[in-house]
Design a binder for this molecule. Structure first.
Ligand code: GAR
Length: 198
């Protein structure tokens, strides 16, 4: 798993993985910065961790290669980015493309990018939510695996809305990762089907 922040979605996956029937095991947690809650949660759960900071690499290209090597060492079947605030590059996608997923706090293709909750509020939508997507070379542009809707309430600010989205997001990510590892998935164009019943 790749994280940049508090790691509450990571925690939901750690908890889900405690049940052998869930079908997944988190082999490592990586971050792009020091001192993340995500890495602390992984350490508390006895999961190997690594940090690959952009500032420690000569350029973005080399950072991407170093991150690829870090992940490759743990031989993951699936890469899950949850609140990972960096775009991966060609080396990473060459190695893990098609089996890297990201969770995003909006109903894509609406409100891609880093400020999606703020953008949705400012636009005045009455329903927003979260999307779990396969990562491609664009910004939040990959095929959609799953989505959940969350109503926007009149009194919402960015923080209250994001917290409510994250409640839905934790459930959606756990459900989606579990179904992917148990049943597999296939992609045709932009349409993704998980398992036989999709
Ligand atoms: C989640 O809402 C995730 O969608 C968002 O960061 C939060 C991480 O929460 N990611 C992005 O905005 C990436 N563009 P967490 O650290 O508590 O798991």
């Amino acid at each position: 798993m790749l994280v940049s922040g508090t790691g509450s979605i990571l925690q939901a996956l750690i908890d889900a993985c405690a049940d052998p029937g869930f079908g997944a095991r988190i082999v490592a947690v990586g971050a792009d910065r020091d001192g993340t809650g995500g890495v602390a949660r992984a350490e508390a759960a006895g999961i190997p961790t690594f940090v690959q900071r952009l500032g420690d690499a000569p350029d973005r290209f080399m950072w991407d290669r170093k991150l690829t090597v870090d992940c490759h060492m743990f031989e993951p079947d699936l890469i899950v980015a949850a609140g990972f605030l960096k775009l991966v590059g060609a080396a990473f996608l060459g190695r893990f493309g098609g089996r890297m997923i990201n969770t995003h706090p909006a109903l894509l293709p609406a409100f891609p990018g880093l400020h999606s909750v703020r953008d949705a509020l400012a636009y005045g939508v009455k329903v927003t939510g979260c999307s779990v997507i396969l990562v491609d070379a664009g910004v939040d542009s990959g095929p959609i695996l799953a989505q959940a809707a969350v109503p926007v309430l009149d009194g919402d600010d960015e923080a209250t809305l994001h917290e409510r989205i994250k409640v839905a997001e934790r459930e959606l990510v756990v459900d989606t990762v579990g179904r992917m590892v148990r049943y597999g998935w296939s992609v045709q164009g932009r349409r993704v089907r998980i398992g036989a019943s999709g």
